[in-house]
Design a protein around this ligand. Structure first.
Ligand code: CA
Length: 286
């Protein structure tokens, strides 16, 4: 496990491997910053925004789509021009978007939370290719990791407050969820971000658990875990030319000065070569 990028993010999140450009995108939600890292040239770039930015994905037609505050926005990286695509929860000013990801058809799924992170005031939304936005789940407390099985027939989802990973039957053609069931219980810290590997196993980041773990979604058993030198492990994504490099984000936010002195790498991006490849990630196709 290597500390790859010493960015000291307040709340590092949302790693996304962009295979077309060979870049890793990620965000610092509370630092209101989008980061881009190009491993081949070891070059980094960042863009600071005016609100909390929680997810960034490439847009197939060009540019990026991000979740910023309570909106989905198009973003031109070079000109910094933002274009509102859709807004949610205009009646809930204390809410903001959190984790998000695109499905294999290029729909953009992202969930929200109430900033107090105690009340079930958030939801899970799907931005469709025609830019219509649909509320797919209600009563969410802290919407977090998303992922799909290799055959796209199952969607996995974490509301961190439940300390569970849930699974749904997924209708990829229609972008619809059904038959929710809880498949994995996490008791080491709190489950946060998630990704899926090519064998269909789930990888989960443990907030206040100082680790990532790999799980079999059928049996609900843990297969492996890897420790990090920081407590607040937030999310992870496979990348690199053969999708075997795991990029892992972390946070400094909410850690006491005393505890921070014992984990000076908190907020950095870590990486290691995984024993299995990941699934490819998708951009927004609308
Ligand atoms: Ca998260």
């Amino acid at each position: 496990m290597q500390s790859l990028l010493p960015v000291q993010a307040r709340l590092g999140e949302g790693p996304h491997w962009d295979a077309n450009s060979g870049c890793l995108w990620y965000v610092d939600i509370l630092g209101r910053t989008i980061h881009r890292y190009h491993p081949a040239s070891r070059s980094s770039a960042a863009l600071i925004l005016q609100d909390d930015v929680s997810t960034v994905v490439p847009r197939l037609g060009g540019g990026l789509v991000i979740t910023l505050g309570r909106g989905f926005y198009g973003l031109d990286w070079d000109s910094h021009v933002l274009t509102l695509l859709a807004e949610v929860e205009s009646d809930r000013p204390n809410n903001r978007f959190n984790d998000g990801k695109c499905d294999a058809k290029g729909r953009f799924w992202a969930g929200t939370l109430d900033r107090g992170e105690k009340e079930p005031l958030g939801g899970l939304y799907c931005l469709d290719l025609d830019l219509s936005v649909h509320k797919m789940l209600d009563g969410v407390i802290v919407s977090n990791g998303l992922g799909w099985s290799p055959d796209n027939q199952t969607m996995y989802y974490i509301d961190s407050a439940t300390k569970r990973v849930a699974a749904f039957d997924y209708d990829l053609d229609r972008g619809r969820l059904s038959h929710r069931r809880e498949i994995i219980a996490i008791d080491t810290g709190t489950p946060d971000g998630m990704t899926v590997d090519a064998e269909g196993m789930l990888w989960v980041a443990h907030w206040d658990g100082g680790r990532i773990s790999r799980w079999d979604p059928v049996s609900g058993t843990q297969l492996a875990e890897y420790l990090l030198p920081v407590d607040r492990v937030t999310s992870l994504a496979f990348g690199g030319p053969d999708l075997t490099e795991l990029f892992i984000t972390s946070a400094r936010h909410g850690i006491s000065a005393d505890a921070l002195s014992r984990q000076p790498l908190a907020g950095n991006v870590f990486s290691f070569t995984a024993p299995v490849a990941g699934l490819r990630s998708y951009g927004f196709a609308g």
